[in-house]
Design a protein around this ligand. Sequence first.
Ligand code: PMP
Length: 430
Amino acid sequence: MLFIYQRSSALFNEAKKYIPGGVNSPVRAFNAVGGDPVYVKSAKGAYLQTEDGHEIIDYIASWGPMILGHAFEPVVNSVKEAVDRGTSYGMPTELETKIAALAIEMAPNIDQIRMVNSGTEACMSAVRLARGYTGRDKIIKFAGCYHGHSDSFLIQAGSGAVTFGSPNSPGVTKGTAQDTLLAQYNNLDQVAQLFEHNKNQIACIILEPIAGNMGCIIPQEGFLQGLRELCDQNNALLIFDEVMTGFRLARGGAQEVTGVNADIVTYGKVIGGGLPVGAFAARQEIMNFLAPLGPVYQAGTLSGNPLAMSAGYAMLDHLNKHPEVFDSLSQKTEYLHKGIQEVLESKGIEYQINRFGSMMSVHFTPDPVVDFESAAKGNNEWFKKYFHGLLERGIYLPPSAFESYFLNDALSYQDLDRTIEAVQEVVNSW
Ligand code: PMP
């Protein structure tokens, strides 16, 4: 029997009266796939309990943070203990030092870390720091990479990478947009040209070292290394946005698995264990530029919040002590990849599956998906049918082809088999 989500639709209609578009973050509204969002009542392990009374398998893990499954006991217990001690002080706590030391122990190449409240804040602050450190204004970003919703990042490619960006959200000024230069992901030549045309003006390159915001896109051989070299030659900083990849791909995130060191790294998602946390980190000489030591200002009333830090510390501590989780996740993701691949191939469907560690995405296109342009060629009508077909069978995928799946380690091989069978049923019905 197919699942219907009647109460969710009713709740969404009510929400639309009071919340813009009914949601507090746009992608939740199902604009890309149509239909009404699913309302969650609770979650445990790999499963979401919906307001409709269904239990569904979750492949978004709150868009990444719930890497060990929902309501993971060490994290929940740690928050429960913390809450009785008060929810915020606006004064330093020992726990902030403990989580900072642990994150620095786990991730390579960073000396200091500053906690903020979201990935957006982390990336915004990282770019300000890079600008302050280098004394330069311009930044390079890649089309299709998402670094949160601060003004400098809401820029899409105009006519080619060597032209100035134009804002793709009203409210972002032209002045801000013209300091953001764009290149296509995996295209080193375009980046080299941008440096050539903007000599001594580029503060930094920011990118997702493994991209997850145009589906999952993998850096081609030599791409990250090439960016590292271009930054070194041009005295610019390389910022890895590890909001998705940090503490997910390995203890040391993408820096560890790719062997490429960034100058500034941003974190979010896993580092907060499901509470609102972001962070940015760098070597000492760069972090010395940050207030109160240096001139680059950055602050936050709730930064280092005791509940958020207790969740984050419990999460990182578990991952640090159980690094086998990363292999386990990778194997599960590979199993799912192979299973879906077999089904799609048996039906002669044109598809691409990109996978890296516990991130993956399915694109309905015959051509390799290596950047935003190739990702945008995916057949969205097929994606919608695939998404809704699976939802009707109790499987929750990201509701857009431009998002990555995030596997969580509570998923069992039985869950994966059930998912693959559901994919089979869905494509049989096409
Ligand atoms: N960077 C990346 C790579 C992200 O995926 C996201 C969010 N999905 C952000 C930054 C922004 O994080 P937040 O939503 O916590 O502001």
